[in-house]
Design a protein. Sequence first.
Length: 132
Amino acid sequence: MLGLKKTEEVIKNFNSKLSVIPSGSQPKDPLKLFGSPVAGDFIESLKPKFDIILLDLPPILSFHDPVLISKFVDGAIFVLNSGVVKEEIVKRAKKRLEKFNVKVLGVVMNRFESGKHGYGYNPYDSYYYSPK
């Protein structure tokens, strides 16, 4: 993203369906970089090459990077640690994204234990809820 290498040089292809661009070295001023047109130009240069582009960014309430780069993306997916992240924190994060007109596309729950939370799946039926 800093322009030190060509985009093709930093893309690591794992197979025909998955490519990754490692973060590389940390810039001296990440806030300045993510808020600059350079970040937007870099993301735009990737769009013709890929069907989906996912950016792994730090928590929205802890850092400014996600807010700055949000103007270059189509939306956000929350990744939440089940049983750890409180509902109020999620609501605050969602409000912060909405303040910057970022569409929330969905949620991924890490470490979710369906039996512990009372949810389950029957392969012959559909999702169900079982009271505990």
